[in-house]
Every structure is written in structure tokens, then in C-alpha cells.
Design a protein around this ligand. Structure first.
Ligand code: 1CP
Length: 344
């Protein structure tokens, strides 16, 4: 299929579609036995750095689930490695950074990153995925948003309340702004290089920004997001994803992106009205729904479709990633239900 006719890309551009496109965050990952089989032979970082294996894992959900887009297999934290923060993943505990950023001096001494060199393996994966897809569905590239990356850089790993990050931006506004600008630089380069290698859309994940109050979002995040989106290659659509931002979706929209991702805490019809119909929208089934009975999965999916009202510009997704314990058959049933119930 020519890329211009792919339902996913049509929906991102708010053009008419034959059916609502659906893909799922974390569709390549631990809930798939085929993924676990590959992971049993190598660590997570080895997998990310191995273009053949990463390409294979990227293609798995396309073959197994019938989704309308592939998402590159990589991680938002990979860019923190060339920044010298010492990235590792331990089974069970998640990511850990050996050299977290805790002072303004450390921000100043962060190196400038040449992504073409340090993240070359990611671009090689993009090229292999594109050839493996052979035009079946488009490929989405992605990166972490500066706030979410800064939160890992400062906390040193996952965090429940992001206290260190929030204190840093309040106590050291100039150093915070410098850190965010540096992260915008590397993220813009990284995403544009993914597009140059063949990514047909990009998603910016601001997974944890919803921990901020609206005033802090406006002051400490929004200008940097605008800067980032302004620097992205305009030849492909950009999806702006966040969670927990239902209280200030208008600010998230103003920060940039052609498609705004919303989580399940806000009804999709309300969210779209507030964001405006001049934007496409992505979402927003609660991932936990997929752990429930099949009938509920289908019923809730139909409710999301009903909330979208058949309007142009809806990309069906979860409100956040697929959980590892999700039954594969439920995910298949979801994808089929979305396709079936949205036929125009
Ligand atoms: O196999 C394993 O044990 C590793 C689990 C895993 C996987 C499958 C991690 C570790 N990352 C990934 C892949 C991944 N990460 C993808 C691949 C493509 C796909 O979606 O199918 C993507 C897009 C990400 C993005 C990512 N990584 C985000 C943003 C999305 C989100 O879920 O909010 C975040 C926050 C991360 C950090 C991360 N990577 C992995 C872990 C355990 C974590 C920490 C999450 C946390 O802090 O709670």
C-alpha cells in the first residue's frame, strides 16, 4: 500500500479513512511470547542495540495482531547513555542511571551528543524495519519528551512522585532551562535522524509530565516543547503523548504536535472538544480493560469509537502501554473490534 493511503497516516492528517486505525503503545513487548523468546537469549539493552533482533521484535505485533502501524523497538532512555549518565536495566527494578544529574554544575558539563554516531544502531533498525514491512503499514519512530527524560536523568530511575525533578526546576530555574534546552537539541536531532532513516511518523512520549501543576507546565515545559516541535521534520506527522494531563489538555495542545494523545482519565469526546477538531486525537482505552473479560474489551472499545463520533482524525490506542500480563487474544479481539465497528 502506498504510504499516502495508509489509514494511520490518513487519520494523523485528518483525512477520510476506510476504518479507524489502531496501534498500541508497548505493542512490541513482554505480553507477546514471541518477544519473551527473543529476550530469553539477550538482555534488554543488547536487544535494543541489535538491529536484526530489534527489527524482528518491531515486526512481531504487525504479523500477530494486525495493527495499523509498527512502532520502532527501542527505549526513550537510550539517549541518556551518550549524555554520559550510565544507563542500565535490571530485571524487575527497571532503569537505573549511575550518574544522575543533581546540580547545576552537572548540567553545564553534559557533553554535546552526535546522534548519528552514538545512536547509529537505532537508525539501522529503522532501515531494516522499513524493508521488512515492505509497505504493509507505516513505521512510527519515537523519543522521550524533555521533561520525562529530565525526570529520569535527575531521579536516577523510575520515581513515584518526581520530588527531585520538581525541586530542581523550582530551585534552579536557569539550570533547569539549560537542561531542557540540551534535551531538546538531542531529541530534535534524534527524531529527525529517525525520519531520515525511514520513520513515517514520530511520537514524543511525555509519560510523567502530568505530575506537574499547570503553572509549572506552562513555565518550565511548554516553551521547550514548542521549541522541540518547531524543529521537527515537517514531512511526517508528530504525535504528542502524555498521561495525567486531563486538567490542562489545552496547554499540551499549545505545546505542539499534529496528533494529541490522551489517557483514559478524560472522556475522549470532552478531550477532543477541548483540544479542538483542527487536531487529530489518539487514545484512549484504559490498558487494564484488556485484563478483563473479552465482552468488556469490545464494549469499552465501542464506547471509545462512539466518543470519537466517526470524526476525521482519530487514531485508536490505549491511554498508556499494554501491560505485560495482558492476554494476547484480548488484544487481537480489540484490534478486530476497532476495525469491524469503524468501517465507513
Ligand atoms: O523486556 C524487558 O524487560 C524490558 C521492558 C521494556 C520494553 C519492552 C522497556 C524497559 N522498554 C521497552 C520498549 C519500549 N519502551 C518501547 C518499544 C516499542 C513499543 O511501544 O512497542 C517504547 C515506545 C518505550 C518507551 C518508554 N520507555 C517509555 C514511554 C512510554 C511509557 O510507557 O510511558 C518509558 C517511560 C520508558 C522507560 C522504561 N523502559 C523500560 C522500563 C521498565 C521503563 C521504566 C518505566 C517506569 O519508569 O515505570
Amino acid at each position: 500500500m502506498p504510504a499516502a493511503e495508509a489509514p494511520f497516516l490518513l487519520a494523523c492528517r485528518r483525512e477520510p479513512v476506510p476504518h479507524t486505525p489502531v496501534w498500541l503503545m508497548r505493542q512490541a513487548g513482554r505480553f507477546l511470547p514471541e518477544y519473551r523468546a527473543i529476550r530469553s537469549r539477550m538482555s534488554f539493552l543488547e536487544l535494543c542495540r541489535n538491529p536484526d533482533a530489534a527489527a524482528e521484535v518491531t515486526l512481531q505485533p504487525v504479523d500477530i495482531l494486525g495493527v495499523d502501524a509498527a512502532i520502532l523497538f527501542a527505549d526513550i532512555l537510550l539517549v541518556l547513555e551518550p549524555l554520559g549518565l550510565g544507563l542500565s536495566f535490571s530485571p524487575g527494578d527497571g532503569p537505573s542511571l549511575a550518574h544522575p544529574v543533581r546540580s547545576p554544575e552537572q548540567v553545564k558539563s553534559l557533553p554535546r551528543v552526535d546522534v548519528a554516531d552514538s545512536l547509529a544502531y537505532v537508525f539501522e533498525t529503522v532501515r531494516r524495519v522499513r524493508s521488512g514491512l515492505a509497505g504493509r503499514v507505516p513505521l512510527i519512530g519515537f523519543a522521550g519528551a524533555p521533561f520525562t527524560l529530565a525526570s529520569y536523568a535527575i531521579e536516577g530511575g523510575s520515581s513515584r512522585n518526581h520530588e527531585r525533578t520538581k525541586r530542581f526546576l523550582l530551585e534552579h530555574p536557569a539550570a533547569w532551562s539549560d537542561l531542557m534546552s540540551r534535551l531538546v537539541d538531542v531529541t530534535a536531532d534524534y527524531l529527525n535522524a529517525q525520519v531520515a532513516a525511514g520513520a513515517q511518523a514520530v511520537q514524543v512520549f511525555d509519560s510523567w509530565v502530568g505530575h506537574l501543576a499547570p503553572a509549572d507546565y506552562s513555565e518550565a515545559v511548554l516553551p521547550h516543547m514548542r521549541d522541540l516541535f518547531a524543529r521537527l521534520d515537517r514531512s511526517v506527522p508528530a504525535i504528542h503523548f502524555s498521561t495525567g494531563t486531563g486538567g490542562y489538555l489545552e496547554l499540551v495542545r499549545d505545546a505542539g504536535g499534529d496528533v494529541v494523545g490522551v489517557d483514559w482519565r478524560v472522556p475522549l469526546d470532552d478531550a477532543w472538544r477541548r483540544i479542538g477538531y483542527d487536531h487529530a486525537i489518539q487514545g484512549n482505552l484504559d490498558p487494564v480493560t484488556l485484563l478483563g473479560p473479552r465482552e468488556k474489551v469490545v464494549e469499552r472499545a465501542r464506547q471509545v469509537l462512539a466518543a470519537a463520533g466517526g470524526r476525521r482524525g482519530h487514531v485508536f490506542n490505549l491511554g498508556h502501554g499494554v501491560l505485560p500480563e495482558t492476554p494476547v487474544d484480548n488484544v487481537r479481539a480489540l484490534v478486530d473490534a476497532v476495525h469491524e465497528w469503524s468501517v465507513r
